[in-house]
Design a protein around this ligand. Structure first.
Ligand code: ADP
Ligand code: NI
Length: 236
């Protein structure tokens, strides 16, 4: 049954992802679904009692289907949401209240949302939070490690941005501040791929919420730090 859910969701989202660049393609979705299923499997019995695996798979599969980065107008976002709802009702027979919960998770799980303080809203039930934390961690794990480096560079290329600014001044300053513990995540949107590491990627490890996610994030975090060490060693 869960296998069918995964297959149906994959077929549905593949259409959307086809228009996205390599940082948010169907392989990203496949990896996030796999991470989410893995985190759920490693969760305690209490979480397993509350969280439905088919719903986790559906949220993980659909989490980028109405992404503001790729859909620029509110009308496009609403249209995509209607299509997702029609799919969830028609193909998966999900109830409206389950879909509302899923949309609440998807709308609030992003890094930017958390920076604005919109995440972990007091209005969210503990059940909704369980769902959000699992999919959020699954998505964040895919933003760090070797895959995270690859995705950051793919995004950078697709949006015509530089790997590092010409002088590298900003990035060197960020690196110094990070190393002396003075850099904080503040939602800044810097000018290059390397700036993005210090705007966001280096902070994700401490923003992982589930015990399994935190455990899986350790090695990936270390990898991005050694990538940055190597990068600066080579350009300095
Ligand atoms: P979230 O859904 O957590 O808000 P995004 O969808 O904005 O995250 O970003 C997902 C991934 O896309 C990032 O981890 C990174 O790999 C890439 N990305 C997003 N914005 C940038 C950027 N400005 N520069 C480089 N990579 C980026
Ligand atoms: Ni994602």
């Amino acid at each position: 049954m869960v296998h069918k859910t995964r297959e149906k969701c994959r077929d549905f989202v593949a259409k959307y992802c086809a228009g996205y660049d390599a940082s948010h393609d169907i392989s990203h979705i496949d990896r996030v679904v796999t991470n989410a299923v893995r985190i759920l499997a490693l969760s305690d019995d209490n979480t397993k009692k509350i969280v439905r695996e088919d719903v986790i798979i559906a949220i993980a599969s659909l989490h980028d289907s109405f992404d503001h980065k790729y859909l620029t107008t509110p009308e496009q976002v609403e249209k995509a949401k209607s299509a997702v709802r029609a799919f969830l009702v028609g193909e998966l027979k999900f109830k409206d209240e389950t879909i509302d919960m899923m949309f609440d998770v998807i709308d609030n799980m992003g890094f930017t949302s958390e920076m604005k303080g919109n995440s972990d809203k007091s209005t969210m039930s503990s059940e909704t939070l369980e769902y959000m934390h699992i999919v959020q961690d699954a998505d964040r794990l895919d933003a760090i490690g070797a895959v995270g480096v690859a995705r950051c560079l793919a995004f950078t290329g697709a949006f015509g941005r530089p790997i590092m600014t010409e002088s590298g001044e900003e990035e060197r300053k960020q690196r110094e501040m990070f190393q002396s513990g003075q850099l904080t995540a503040n939602g800044r949107k810097g000018p290059s791929a390397i700036a993005h590491f210090y705007d966001k990627l280096v902070f994700l490890k401490d923003m992982l919420k589930t015990p399994a996610g935190r455990q899986l994030g350790e090695k990936r975090h270390k990898f991005i730090l050694s990538f940055l060490d190597e990068f600066f060693d080579e350009v300095n």
